[in-house]
Design a protein around this ligand. Structure first.
Ligand SMILES: [Zn+2]
Ligand SMILES: [Zn+2]
Length: 177
């Protein structure tokens, strides 16, 4: 059997987390070389643990000699291949997170952009059945991201509105930050 490791959550197992064989296969399937530089970009998004912009990836990959244009092109390519997903975190620069192969979805903190991937097995089965019945579509999948505020940010009283989308001139209520 292939990688069906149930109940192994949390970061750490780098080899497992990177899914390099699977990703290399996807590239090969599209006739694209999975170059060392593309691999470096993929590794960055797999291991960074938070939704990141292409600019942040560029910064982090500079010392590995990956040029900015390569990072941006690779981010676009990985997104096209469904390996990165673009998140909706308000205005600002586009943020991306790596998609796990298999059925999982990202839960994203809107404040610090931390990402927790959760197992989506069976999650929308009822909706998909209903849609199949009501529309006649053959349903093959779905795309889902969940947004919230992580416990650490909540404990510090941080919310999305105190982190940049603050209306000018209003200091909010209450004590210090
Ligand atoms: Zn947070
Ligand atoms: Zn799902």
């Amino acid at each position: 059997m292939a990688a069906a490791t149930d109940g192994q959550h949390g970061a750490g197992a780098a080899g497992d987390q990177l899914q390099l064989d699977v990703v290399a296969d996807i590239f090969a399937g599209h006739g694209l070389p999975f170059t060392r530089q593309r691999q470096a970009v993929w590794e960055y998004f797999c291991t960074v643990g938070r939704a990141s912009t292409a600019a942040e990836a560029t910064e982090a990959l500079r010392e590995r000699g990956v040029a900015q244009a390569t990072v941006y092109r690779t981010v676009a390519l990985l997104t096209e291949l469904g390996l990165l997903v673009r998140l909706h975190l308000g205005e600002g620069e586009a943020c991306y997170t790596a998609m796990r192969v298999g059925h999982s979805h990202p839960l994203v903190c809107r404040v610090c952009r931390r990402v927790v991937d959760f197992d989506g097995d069976g999650d929308l089965a009822f909706l998909e059945r209903t849609l199949r019945a009501t529309t006649g579509f053959a349903i093959y999948g779905h795309h889902l991201e969940v947004y919230g505020i992580c416990p650490e940010c909540a404990a510090q009283g941080r919310d999305a509105s105190t982190e940049g989308e603050r209306p000018p001139g209003s200091e909010g209520s209450g004590e210090g930050r």
